[in-house]
Write a new protein. Structure first.
Length: 242
């Protein structure tokens, strides 16, 4: 029995890892799909697509998955049509939340997102109800390794078109406008040779809301529920991190 139990435990862990990997690949495929649909299927001419493919390869996503996502976007493969939607609302304790969704079924997504909010004690709002509490910025993070000079990194970033840079937890965090993001990322990674750990255009809160106790637990549950939804691409909130 012990051998059978051990095999069951191993299989359970493998199934759990496969499920997590499947969700990651699905979201990466949607990113590739969107970039190819908006900017074309040629990575050499589409910087956004090139970056999405790099992220997918870094996650060990098979080339067949990458190719299939591009073909769907360009109409060379039968498949579903995805729609981009951003939901806005308030979570427990009045925390502002924005949820970016890529879905093939608007009604299903709206129902599931609304249920997640209401279950946690929050509520969905109209478009624009919380977006004014966020700024859209390009964020590029570089690990502050030995040998990297902060002033030099800042000078390179500013020369490339960045707005600002700060150091947090041994990381250089470079801030750009959305329009300048791709050029700054390209210069720093391809011309200057920096290893970039994170690069994305994100919604950054201008104010923060602190939670404790039950409200914090409910907010954490809301985020976990949204993260488990296959249609959800990104989640932004103005929750004050402890």
């Amino acid at each position: 029995m012990s051998g059978h139990s051990k095999w069951n435990n191993i299989q359970h862990k493998k199934n759990a890892l496969d499920a997590v990997r499947g969700k990651i690949f699905m979201r990466l495929s949607k990113d590739i799909f969107l970039e190819a649909r908006h900017g074309g299927a040629d990575p050499s001419m589409n910087a956004g697509l090139r970056h999405a493919i790099e992220k997918a390869k870094a996650a060990n996503m098979p080339n067949d998955n990458i190719s299939r996502a591009i073909k769907k976007a360009t109409g060379n493969l039968d498949g579903v049509t995805y729609e981009e939607i951003t939901y806005e609302g308030y979570g427990p304790g009045g925390v502002a939340v924005m949820v970016d969704v890529l879905t093939d079924n608007r009604n299903r997504s709206a129902s599931e997102i609304r249920h997640a909010f209401s279950k946690s004690g929050g509520n969905l709002g109209e478009s624009g109800s919380v977006s004014f509490l966020f700024d859209k910025q390009g964020i590029i993070e570089i690990e502050a390794k030995d040998g990297l000079d902060e002033d030099e990194v800042m000078m390179d970033a500013v020369d490339a078109g960045a707005d600002d840079m700060r150091t947090e937890d041994d990381r250089f965090i470079i801030v750009t406008t959305p329009a300048a993001f791709e050029e700054v990322r390209k210069v720093l990674s391809e011309e200057k040779g920096y290893e970039i750990d994170r690069a994305e255009v994100a919604m950054i809160p201008t104010t923060k809301t602190a939670l404790t106790g039950t409200d914090l637990e409910k907010m954490e549950t809301l985020i976990e529920t949204l993260e488990d939804n296959d249609d959800v691409q990104d989640i932004y909130s103005n929750l004050e991190e402890a």
